[in-house]
Design a protein around this ligand. Structure first.
Ligand SMILES: Nc1ncnc2c1ncn2[C@@H]1O[C@H](COP(=O)(O)OP(=O)(O)OP(=O)(O)O)[C@@H](O)[C@H]1O
Ligand SMILES: [Mg+2]
Length: 259
């Protein structure tokens, strides 16, 4: 079942620096939700709070009503969470297939190397995981890359492999941090098709951080705009793009970087 995500009054500081200021919003089960805002707005930090990598000083983060704000990252898979990272972290020496299989580690103990050394039960589940990883790679047009080492692939393909690895976790809530960054136009179209297929065939709630407004407009039911750690507005992607406060936030940022 797709999960509902609810945030209330989330505050995050590093030393004297306020990174998130009283952030709250609700993502309904099954929605595709956008989190947008200029560089440094706090989008990745908010994902890190949801995934347990950062602990907010105050506020609640609930997944299907359970407060997960202080749950460590390794335990978040049990709450149905999977995520991808703005800067993908793959095992570059290992094959693409093994990287995707690692997504199942929340469901199995050990890793692809130790699975091979265990008894028949482990070998059977390893075979099932391998078959599923191949199916997921195939659905994402990556079957050809299964036996390549991850280090051979382009940055854009690393993002796709990370998405496949996240899908191996059977998430109820999937967080994607800038999945389109660095992708050529044709691959952005393919990514949009992939996320639409997720909506049609998998029971999952998706939150996407993205600067690519074409992708946000094509995919999301609703968006929240963050600026300097605070929620600026909430509405549809079209409403956000037309909102003078949002335009000002982006122009202000452009002025900052020009200065
Ligand atoms: N671990 C940390 N220690 C100190 N400051 C941090 C830490 N993590 C994030 N920040 C600060 O929090 C602010 C928000 O950063 P964050 O990476 O969340 O922004 P973002 O919205 O994801 O930006 P971008 O679009 O560039 O990815 C920045 O000023 C950043 O320096
Ligand atoms: Mg970021």
């Amino acid at each position: 079942m797709a999960a509902e995500l609810e945030l209330h009054g989330v505050n995050l500081h590093f030393g004297g620096v306020t990174v998130l200021n009283n952030v709250g919003f609700t993502v309904s089960a099954g929605q595709i939700f956008g989190l947008v805002g200029p560089n440094g707005a706090g989008k990745t930090s908010l994902f890190n709070c949801i995934s347990g990598h950062y602990r907010p000083q105050s506020g609640t983060i609930t997944i299907d009503g359970e407060n997960v704000a202080q749950v460590p990252p390794a335990r978040m898979a049990a709450h149905g969470l999977a995520r991808t990272f703005q800067h993908p972290a793959l095992q570059l020496q290992r094959s693409v297939l093994e990287n995707v299989m690692l997504g199942a580690h929340s469901r199995m103990s050990g890793n692809p190397l130790t699975w091979a050394l265990r008894g028949p039960g482990a070998r059977k589940s390893e075979a099932a995981v391998r078959a599923e990883a191949l199916t997921i790679l195939d659905r994402n047009d990556l079957a050809w890359a299964a036996e390549r080492s991850a280090g051979e692939l382009s940055h854009g393909l690393h993002k796709s492999v990370e998405l496949c690895r996240a899908l191996m976790m059977h998430p109820k809530l999937l967080l994607l941090d800038e999945p389109a960054a660095g992708l050529p136009h044709s691959e952005v179209e393919a990514l949009i098709a992939t996320v639409k297929r997720l909506r049609a065939h998998e029971d999952v709630t998706v939150v996407i951080v993205e600067h690519h407004m074409g992708l946000i407009g094509a995919l999301t039911d609703a968006v929240v705009v963050l600026d300097h750690g605070s929620k600026l507005m909430e509405g549809t992607a079209a409403e956000a793009q037309a909102d003078p406060r949002v335009i000002e936030a982006y122009i202000g940022k452009a002025d900052d970087s020009a200065a």
